[in-house]
Design a protein around this ligand. Sequence first.
Ligand code: SAH
Length: 318
Amino acid sequence: MAPSGKQKDAQKASKKGNHRARKRFGQHWLRDDHILNQIVLAGELSPADHVLEIGPGQGILTQRLLNTQAQVLAIEIDRDLCLQLSEQFIAFMASGQFRLIESDFLKLDFNQALIDFDLARPNKVVANIPYYITAPILEKLLGTIRSPNPQPFDNIVLLVQKEISDRLCASPGTRANGALTIRAQYLAECEEICPVPPSAFKPPPKVESAVIRLRPRPFPTPAKNPIQLAQLVSVGFSQKRKMLRNNLQSIIDRDVLSAVLDRLSLNPQIRAEGLGVADWVALSDALDEIDEKPPIHQLPDSLNPLDLDLDLDPPEQA
Ligand code: SAH
């Protein structure tokens, strides 16, 4: 079938490297040298590293990743961009330093792809990701409290919305400390590297951004019962303004809960945002030790995805 006018335009545009940004794929090209350097530095890359880049776009970050001599595996959903990238990085592909998979990262069976394409498992992630799928990307990279990624990355450097960075890196007792904070910090050290203004992108996004670095690790005091911990966090944060004990009374006997809060020297009037990850683990473990019937009523699995409290804008229509 002959290419349609639209396809021809896309081919022409992609040859010239002036692909028009597609809003439905969350395309915002990073244009700021300083920020690009910060991102690459945060990855702490060496030639021995294998880096996964989600959404290479027009390859501006990809080029800098390749300059470190690390191996780069990129996953891009947009066919026109894949054509463009294959031309642009033809020499790196020939040498094997750069590999590109055209796929929706969320739908890709990553382990299977590594086998099918005979690829080494990447040990790091460095990416300017599409914001509208931040939560599922985080979950795919980190896993969940119940089932952490069994093959964790050494580090994960991402550009995300500033609001998400604030939540991932929040301290106990601050408003940003939510279920996402606890889930992410249970699975990884989270730090903000630098804020990024909209003007660093073309076209500029509507929101402020930030570079973050996550270092996955087993939590130093792992919960004895991670399923219970996941449930406590979901239910504990179900109504942020309420006291923790009022949220949890739907699944835990009031007296049991009072006794446990007392034993942990936690204020009975505390709200969920007042607790840090270690407090949640201590709460879960203390409930586990109670020598009665299980104090927690079972809840359905679906209450526990990492993105439960995320409320990001849906993708805009192109
Ligand atoms: N890294 C580039 C582009 C960032 S924009 C830069 O910094 O300039 C986000 C990129 O993710 C776009 O290239 C977009 O096409 C791609 N993308 C969007 N959804 C995706 C998905 N589900 N899987 C893989 N890539 C995706």
